[in-house]
Design a protein around this ligand. Sequence first.
Ligand SMILES: *Cc1c(COP(=O)(O)O)cnc(C)c1O
Length: 359
Amino acid sequence: MSRVYNFSAGPATLPEEVLAEARDQLLDYSASGMSILESSHRGAEFKAIHAEAISNLRDLLGVGEDHEILLLQGGATLQFAMVPLNLLAPGAVADYALSGAWAAKAFKEASSVGTVRAAADCSADRPARMPQSAELDLTPGAAYLHITTNETISGAQWHELPTPEAPLIADMSSDILSHPIDANAFDLIFAGAQKNLGPSGVTLVVIRRALMDRVPDSVPPMLRYRTHAEAGSMYNTPPCFGIYLLMLVTRWLKGLGGVDAIAERNRAKATKLYSAIDTTDYFTGSAAIDCRSEMNVTFRLPSEELEAKFVAEAAAAGMKGLKGHRSVGGIRASIYNACPPEAVDALVSFMADFERRNG
Ligand SMILES: *Cc1c(COP(=O)(O)O)cnc(C)c1O
């Protein structure tokens, strides 16, 4: 077996220990005589997995009992619609901070449900950046403000979060549990699992309980947060194997020392990679310096031809997934929680070597 360093934006690399554990348990989970893939979601084995996943998340996020933790399906994309379906009543307005491709997609989905307004729009700015809290033009009495804490495609991240009067809703798909945040300050957080939490197919929702009451009757039960909360996230068959892996990933993260410990490791990885970009004119960072993402490091080479060569040679040297998103081009190294520091070390040496040969 030979595993590469995987810099893919998502589905992304998983901790090797987690994959090995899942492999060892695949045919016979915990001496139950069957795989967890074959087990009832109402059985004792899966119930324990589900409960540990939720309690690990509560612990790692540091949210109290005012918030409900839900494990749903449909990805972050379904949340783009569920948020306004549940929280944007007819006649009300929701504000969106347009910071890039993911915020734009959320805005578009929500506009099919109700009235939405751009509180700021820096989607087209280059270098890529996030709106400053001070430039947000907020609607008085807005139903909520939606932000995207990390724009996975452009590589820009909020470092100083806004504190609106309206409920604050955040798409944290690509930076959840990567650094400490005050999760209690958010009214709703959602994240597709496939960047920092596990495989695709599971979606985390952390919602302030008080928000679940105001849902119009026209919303089908399956699309109401309250339905899932009342059913303990088992309204229908949950994505059992994905939740099992998410449980193992959160257990792994707790074992490493939790969010503070991974944040320190993430900071060190990002600092190393950005200094490799900044010490030479050969590479140019794609995001504004004060908005640089610690999860998705985006940069350019002197030409698109050199970028294609860089991606191909890196892959041949055991570093895959470095091609930037097709909409923006360039290079993107996604260095989520599970990306080991050695992967960044290898990339940094490869960059120096590539410049020497092609500079
Ligand atoms: C990946 C991603 C999404 C889309 O998630 P799906 O699970 O594919 O729906 C949404 N927002 C952000 C910030 C992402 O990184």
